[in-house]
Design a binder for this molecule. Structure first.
Ligand code: 5HY
Length: 245
């Protein structure tokens, strides 16, 4: 099977890291295609960034449909464009926040999300609410870490994330951790071994969920809300997104 993992930001070092972590857990028969869009923000740290990441994301979904991809992971903790992606895709599509929260709810009683900037805490809580995960989510914490600092060799990002995870376990009453950024994907095993609790990385979680859905031949339902979008003319810079009848 072929799974396309889309990092909606345009920082390829993060995309390569995401692809490596997905391949590390994927079945031998699963081809992982990890991409960033050709256009969009270098990192996603606000609603503005998320909105501007969606056109490029949808271009990658459309390309995947042309190439016969079996399923998709949206590798950004805001799960940007998830429902629009599901309208375009035949196969299943998951976001890493959705995947990580659901798996955390099956292996612990309460999880804490540890993410990057405090201004994205509201979006994480919003996702927990719409996914029905609020009762499992003890807290959402931020390290006040710019996303791209995760890509800087020698930064104190790893230490700051571990410190925040420790505080979460001590103060939130949580028994597991959800990593709140795709860029943290390579830290999962280290933090889990250090702290002695399950740590869920949405990239790995999303990869295995899509593998399972594809293996079960479960595709996105095209009855109602997630049916293919209606034919629509797009004007101006978005002209290339026009959907013919
Ligand atoms: C992510 N931003 O996973 C999110 C993290 C965040 O560029 N990739 C990004 O803070 O929402």
């Amino acid at each position: 099977m072929r799974i396309k993992i889309i990092n909606p930001n345009t920082t390829w070092s993060m995309t390569e890291k995401i692809g490596a972590c997905a391949r590390a857990v994927a079945h031998a028969g699963t081809e992982i295609i990890a991409v960033s869009p050709a256009m969009g923000p270098v990192s996603i740290e606000s609603h503005y960034d998320e909105a501007l990441a969606v056109p490029g994301l949808l271009q990658e979904i459309a390309a995947g449909e042309h190439d016969g991809v079996d399923g998709y992971v949206i590798a950004c903790f805001g799960d940007p464009g998830l429902k629009a992606a599901r309208e375009l895709a035949r196969g299943p599509v998951v976001g890493i926040a959705e995947a990580a929260m659901h798996l955390a709810s099956m292996i612990g009683s309460r999880f804490s999300v540890v993410t990057t900037l405090g201004r994205t805490i509201g979006q994480a809580w919003h996702l927990a609410e719409i996914y029905g995960m609020e009762r499992f989510c003890a807290n959402v914490r931020a390290c006040e870490l710019p996303v791209l600092e995760l890509e800087e060799p020698g930064s104190r990002a790893r230490e700051r994330i571990v410190e925040e995870c420790r505080r979460a376990l001590d103060e939130d009453g949580s028994d597991c951790i959800v990593l709140g950024c795709a860029g943290m994907t390579d830290l999962c095993e280290h933090i889990s071994e250090l702290l002695g609790v399950p740590v869920i990385d949405g990239v790995a979680a999303g990869t295995k969920l899509i593998e399972s859905l594809v293996a079960l031949k479960l595709q996105t339902s095209k009855r109602g809300e997630l049916a293919r979008p209606l034919p629509k003319t797009m004007k101006g810079a978005l002209e290339g997104f026009t959907l013919a009848g």
